[in-house]
Design a protein. Structure first.
Length: 216
């Protein structure tokens, strides 16, 4: 059996957005070749985040919900309780994965999870994320620095979707959003989080095994 790099899973619960983001930056800046990779699992209080390419006009209706300008790719999105967020702090060279491959892997982890509950979902080449028909259920955003990544994906499970109406989600006017509860998936969020984590870990390990097999 092929050995895989260690991957530490940290379930941090409900945490404020900006301190978590700053902690990811510090973790990545302090990495060495020996630093183990981590996945952080969190939920956030209501927060809009605006990526590096974010345009202010995509916030259609300013509210009391804070807008945090951050360093991931992409436009504006919303985080709130009832949404699973998985942050991947990875050395991409260690996993022999490029950004495009990682985006597909993140999408597939969600697609496979939903398929377990009879929900057909898919990615889109023109707009990263996971969609059920024309409604978005998971958003992606990454930051790459010195061959390592942070940020990750958000997956709508059982949350108040109303704040999405105040933005063009991910910069797309009129883009609908959906969540597990609306699709008949009523499994507790903790269980879905565990399944999503397993899909992410297995996806990374499978990708690395495939890369190694090509070289043998």
């Amino acid at each position: 059996m092929n050995s895989h790099p260690p991957l530490h899973i940290r379930a941090l619960g409900l945490v404020e957005y900006e301190p978590t983001w700053r902690a990811m930056q510090r973790f990545t800046a302090a990495r060495t070749r020996d630093t183990a990779d981590e996945i952080w699992l969190v939920q956030h209080p209501p927060t809009y985040t605006q990526g590096q390419a974010g345009k202010p006009e995509h916030l259609l209706n300013p509210t009391s919900i804070p807008v945090v300008k951050i360093d991931r790719g992409g436009q504006i999105t919303y985080h709130g309780p009832g949404q699973i967020v998985a942050y991947l702090l990875l050395d991409l060279r260690r996993w022999q994965i490029n950004v495009r491959e990682l985006v597909r892997l993140l999408e597939q982890a969600v697609i496979d999870l939903l398929a377990e509950y009879g929900v057909a979902a898919q990615g889109r080449t023109d707009a990263p994320g996971v969609y059920v028909r024309d409604a978005k259920i998971a958003a992606l955003g990454l930051k790459i620095k010195n061959g390592c990544c942070y940020h990750g994906l958000s997956f709508n499970v059982n949350m108040d979707l109303t704040p999405f109406a105040n933005i063009n989600p991910c910069g797309y006017h009129g883009l609908r959003v959906t969540q597990c509860i609306e699709l008949g998936v009523t499994v507790p969020p903790e269980e879905l989080q565990a399944e999503l984590t397993q899909n992410l870990v297995h996806g990374l390990q499978r990708h690395l095994d495939e890369k190694r097999a090509v070289l043998e």
